[in-house]
Design a protein. Structure first.
Length: 296
């Protein structure tokens, strides 16, 4: 049985980076969803340990220079290891101990030398023990040979994908009233590196003679997402895209009705609207050149 996730969607977290120039720094963000958990059939491992992977949205890092689109990245939660020295949060304080047993489901047994006690903790109540020595923390924050329960950023960087003429894509906008939605379009041509002329498939130009052409930067373009489930196959609290006002808007299934009808709640506008199953699709994120969907 795979271990339970240490973090849940909406949790506020801090993310560390080992990139040059950022080592030792932490950035605040929120957990969007759990992407993958280790299983008995296929385990991802970091330093020999199975790990969990999350989709994180940063609070203060943005994808664009205008600061309108917060950066989202896949991050790993590194696992603790047997014998590591840790601090455990207990009785309103951090107490130094060492891990003496891995109990599964994200739990560990910690032995406290001072009191000669062994107590069980979840990983979110532990942190790697460090000492302040010679005006520096030891082990340093970029130490790779030791485990940590903190979420550590694995920054993938901006995708270098280029789109060919005629490619079917989806386009987003930072304009008021359109943020958070994706609209169907087709690549007309590449204008320069990172900029394209696209033709919308639902919006007409001012004189209604053809579909609207617009110059868009690559950060606001992604491929069409693949179909991942049959129309109408949704459950309560599934994260979905709903087709509304000619665009796909992210929401959550708030009520399942009869005859493949659903109510969807939109957080950004605090609205709840009714849709047929054919007007919904599973919500996916285009991250690092691949599609990411919440674990089923």
């Amino acid at each position: 049985m795979p271990p339970a996730a240490s973090f849940s969607p909406g949790d506020a977290v801090e993310i560390a980076s080992n990139d040059d120039g950022f080592r030792g720094s932490w950035f605040t963000g929120i957990v969007i969803r759990l992407l993958s958990a280790p299983s008995s059939s296929g385990r991802r491992k970091t330093a020999g340990k199975a790990t969990l992977r999350y989709l994180i949205q940063f609070d203060t890092l943005f994808e664009d220079e205008a600061g309108t689109k917060r950066l989202m990245e896949e991050v790993d939660e590194r696992a603790f290891k047997l014998g590591e020295e840790v601090d455990a949060y207990y009785n309103d304080g951090w107490w130094e101990g060492s891990i003496t047993a891995e109990l599964g489901s994200g739990k560990f047994e910690v032995y406290f030398r001072a009191s000669k006690e062994s107590i069980q903790f979840k990983s979110e109540s532990l942190r790697l023990h460090r000492e302040w020595t010679n005006n520096a923390w030891f082990p340093p924050f970029d130490e790779e040979k030791r485990g940590s329960a903190a979420v550590e950023a694995k920054v993938a960087g901006t995708t270098n994908q280029r789109f060919k003429k005629g490619a079917l894509v989806e386009v987003s906008s930072d304009e008021d009233g359109f943020r958070g939605a994706w609209f169907s379009a087709k690549i007309d041509k590449e204008i320069s590196k990172g900029k394209y002329l696209v033709q919308y498939q639902n919006f007409r130009n001012d004189d209604d003679t053809n579909f609207l052409l617009e110059e868009i930067d690559a950060l606001h373009i992604r491929p069409r997402p693949p179909q991942t489930k049959a129309s109408g196959d949704f459950k309560l609290l599934d994260e979905v895209d709903a087709l509304y006002n000619d665009g796909w808007w992210v929401g959550v299934v708030s009520k399942v009705l009869k005859n493949s009808r659903f109510f969807v709640y939109f957080r950004d506008t605090n609205e709840e609207l009714e849709f047929s199953g054919s007007e919904l699709r599973p919500h996916q994120e285009w991250i690092g050149g691949k599609w990411i969907i919440a674990s089923q």
